[in-house]
Each structure stands twice: as structure tokens, then as C-alpha cells.
Ligand binder design. Structure first.
Ligand code: NDP
Ligand code: GDR
Length: 349
């Protein structure tokens, strides 16, 4: 069995490769795009596995996608490659569309022409729902994206349906809510916080001066899970009798503010909120010090032109029909990320 995974250097691609190497006998072909300085830090657990190889490919280059499918003859094509950062999708909207929407058409066309029985996974997102009209959100929720990223994923959703129905392909577009972990990119808010807390933890311990973590909107709410639980759900989605989209989510929602509190509490640091709007701060709660020490402050540059305020997923169908049971709770996820970053920071200093 041959499996192509795009986005192999990213969070989900690397977790999926690990999962498949542990749970199947498949050969894994991890697609990376050409880069002057590729970062392999997520791939340490499998890069030397004899059943794993890196291959070059780019979702904006149909020749490369065609060649990969023609030569590898994959049984599964798992497309995690994307311009995945919502925040910068306003800065690079065309590239976001080219990779996330047209890129999916390139994959589907290659499969249709060169390996029509290959099963295809498209990485859909709760950002497609955007300006939500009810909670918890399920597959029936209207598509109301609020960013070029959300719109690009919505386009991918429609085109996957079109190819599935027109050409009878096994193609699914999962509706996945936020998922994080120790491989999460550093610009996403959870990792930014866990890394920032780790740095502050060591600075306080060593009595060193530090800068507060700078964040944008603290009030948005997200349904956060662990990426390692989600790759298992994605694999189950790909192995049903008939192709069908599913929601994967935790079914809990928490604000950025709550994530901040939980992350500092995990490191044994107690803080207090004060001020409002762009003057809001989270300061060290210390009865001893005569001056204040800021742990978090607002920087308006992290506000977005339009925000998705509330995400909360209903994944009951996946839990029932796929027998999917996520193991990591929100509390465990925050703890895992903060403890990991505290260890990493210690090693790197
Ligand atoms: P990451 O940003 O960690 O990984 C994305 C990967 O895609 C990166 O390794 C990147 O390569 C690669 N990539 C970017 N552009 C191209 C291109 N033109 N051709 C080939 N590869 C490219 O994202 P995640 O692992 O978190 O997410 C995986 C997928 O799931 C994405 O499609 C994302 O949009 C989607 N998703 C993620 C959610 C989440 O909460 N994590 C929730 C819902 C959907 P490089 O390393 O070179 O930059
Ligand atoms: P999101 O993730 O946009 O939900 O997309 P991100 O972590 O970037 O933002 C979550 C929320 O936090 C607010 N926020 C900040 N965000 C970032 N990145 N940096 C900050 O400093 C900051 N301060 C506040 C944001 O405004 C937002 O409300 C993720 C990605 O993985 C997508 O690829 C995926 O499709 C969706 O999750 C589901």
C-alpha cells in the first residue's frame, strides 16, 4: 500500500506519518516543497524509517502533482499541505487560493486521470463556517467564511463534492475544528502562548527581565483538540464503505483568555487581568513586589480585519459512525504543550 501525504513538515502531516507507520504496513511518501531552509523538526520520529521517503512536490505545480500520482500510484492521497495561517491570508490571498483551493483541484485531476481508485482526503476547516449562526456547529451549518483562508477551504469543499459526484471518486473533505500539539507552528495562538509561558517561567526562575507575550483578540472562542487524536479520525474517514464528510471536534469551547490562564497556571504562575480593550493586561499576581510585572499585553497588530468569534463543533456523527474517541482533553492539551515547551526552552538556552 502506498500513501502520499502533503504538508509532511507541518503538524498534521508529521503526526499522520507517525500514525500510519505505527498502525499500517504502508509505504509513506511525504511531500515537501522546495525550500532554501527546510525545517525537519517535526519529522525526527520517522525520517529514517525504511518505509518512509521524502518526495518533492508543490500544490501550485500541477506537473509535480501529476508526476507523483502517476509514478507512486498511491492507494491514499492525504492532502494536508496548505497556506494554513488565517491571519496572513489577507496579505497573500491569491497564494492562499492557489494552494488551498486550486491545489485541491490539481490533486483531484491527477487522481482522476492517473489513479481513479485512490482515496483522497481534503483538509477542511471550521473557518469555512466563519460568522456562525448556531452552536454547536455540524455539517449542515451554512458556509459563511470570514477570511480568504476560510473562503479558500470552502471552495475546496465544493470542488471535492463535485469530483466525488461527477467521477465517483472516494474523496472526502473533513470539517476539522482547531487542533494543536507539540508540533504546532509557532505563529498559532496556542503555541505562541505555550512558548511564551515557557520563556517567562525560566526568566522568573533565573530572576531575569522578560517581555510580556503580545496577543490580539482575547475574546474569540475556539474548539481545541489534539492533532494526534485527529489524524486517527481522518484515517477512519478514509476507510468507510462510502465516502462521506465528518466533523472532528472536542465539543468544548474556550476563549484565548482561558487558554492564557490555564497555560500560566500549568507553569505554577498566577496572574491577574486588569484594564480593558487594547489596555488590557495579565500581570503577575505577587503580593510581595512593589511594582507590576506584565505577563501578557495587547498588540493591535494581531487583530484581524474580520474575526470568527465562536467555534464549537458537534462531532457526534464521527463518534458514532467512525467509533472515533479522542483521548486528550483541553486541560491535558494545554498541560502537554506548556510542559513540552518548558523542557525544550531549558535545552535550547
Ligand atoms: P501546517 O501549517 O503545520 O502545515 C502545512 C504544510 O503545508 C507545511 O508543511 C507547508 O510547507 C505545506 N505547504 C504550504 N504550501 C505548500 C505548497 N504550495 N505545496 C506543498 N505543500 C505546501 O498546518 P497543519 O498541519 O496544522 O494543518 C494541516 C491541514 O489541515 C492544512 O490544510 C490546514 O489548513 C488544515 N486544517 C488545520 C487545522 C488545525 O487546527 N491545525 C484545522 C482545520 C484544518 P512548509 O513547511 O514548507 O511551509
Ligand atoms: P485560527 O488559529 O485562526 O483559529 O486557525 P490561530 O491560533 O491563528 O487563532 C485563533 C484565535 O486566536 C486569536 N488571537 C491570535 N492568533 C494568533 N495567531 N496570534 C495572536 O497573537 C493572537 N491573539 C489572539 C485569533 O484572532 C483567533 O481568533 C487555525 C488554523 O490551524 C487553520 O489552519 C485552521 O483551519 C483553523 O484553526 C481551524
Amino acid at each position: 500500500m502506498n500513501i502520499i501525504i502533503t504538508g509532511i513538515l507541518g503538524q498534521d502531516g508529521a503526526n499522520m506519518a507517525e500514525y500510519l507507520l505505527n498502525n499500517t504496513h504502508a509505504k509513506i511518501f511525504g511531500v515537501m516543497r522546495r525550500s532554501a531552509n527546510p525545517n525537519f523538526k517535526n519529522c525526527g520520529a520517522f525520517e529514517n524509517d525504511p518505509r518512509f521517503s521524502f518526495v518533492y512536490g508543490d500544490l501550485t505545480d500541477s506537473v509535480s502533482i501529476d508526476n507523483l500520482v502517476r509514478e507512486i500510484q498511491p492507494d491514499y492521497f492525504i492532502n494536508f499541505g496548505a497556506q494554513s495561517f488565517v491571519g496572513c491570508s489577507w496579505d497573500i490571498p491569491l497564494q492562499t487560493f492557489d494552494i488551498n483551493a486550486t491545489g485541491v483541484v490539481r490533486c483531484l485531476e491527477a487522481i482522476r486521470r492517473f489513479k481513479p481508485d485512490c482515496k483522497f482526503y481534503s483538509a477542511g476547516s471550521s473557518e469555512e463556517l466563519g460568522d456562525v449562526v448556531y452552536a454547536p456547529q455540524d455539517l449542515g451549518h451554512p458556509i459563511r467564511p470570514r477570511s480568504p483562508y476560510g473562503a479558500s477551504k470552502a471552495a475546496a469543499r465544493h470542488v471535492v463534492k463535485v469530483y466525488r459526484e461527477s467521477y465517483n471518486l472516494y474523496a472526502v473533505h473533513g470539517l476539522l475544528f482547531n487542533h494543536e500539539g507539540t508540533k504546532r507552528g509557532e505563529e498559532f495562538v496556542t503555541r505562541k502562548i505555550s512558548k511564551g509561558v515557557a520563556k517567562i517561567y525560566h526568566s522568573l526562575k533565573n530572576k531575569e527581565i522578560f517581555d510580556p507575550i503580545e496577543l490580539g483578540n482575547l475574546d474569540s472562542k475556539r474548539d481545541w483538540s489534539d492533532s494526534e487524536d485527529f489524524v486517527d479520525g481522518v484515517w477512519r474517514m478514509l476507510n468507510q464503505e462510502k465516502p462521506r464528510d465528518y466533523v472532528l471536534s472536542s465539543g468544548e469551547t474556550h476563549s484565548i483568555r482561558e487558554f492564557v490562564e490555564k497555560a500560566f497556571a500549568t507553569a505554577g504562575i498566577k496572574g491577574l487581568w486588569s484594564g480593558e480593550g487594547i489596555n488590557e493586561k495579565y500581570g503577575l499576581a505577587s503580593p510581595v513586589l512593589p511594582y507590576r510585572i506584565d505577563l501578557v499585553k495587547i498588540n493591535p497588530k494581531f487583530y484581524r480585519p474580520a474575526e470568527v468569534d465562536l467555534l464549537l463543533g458537534n462531532s457526534s456523527q464521527a463518534r458514532q459512525e467512525l467509533d472515533w474517541n479522542p483521548k486528550i482533553s483541553f486541560d491535558k492539551l494545554v498541560e502537554k504543550m506548556v510542559k513540552f515547551d518548558i523542557e525544550i526552552y531549558k535545552k535550547n538556552v
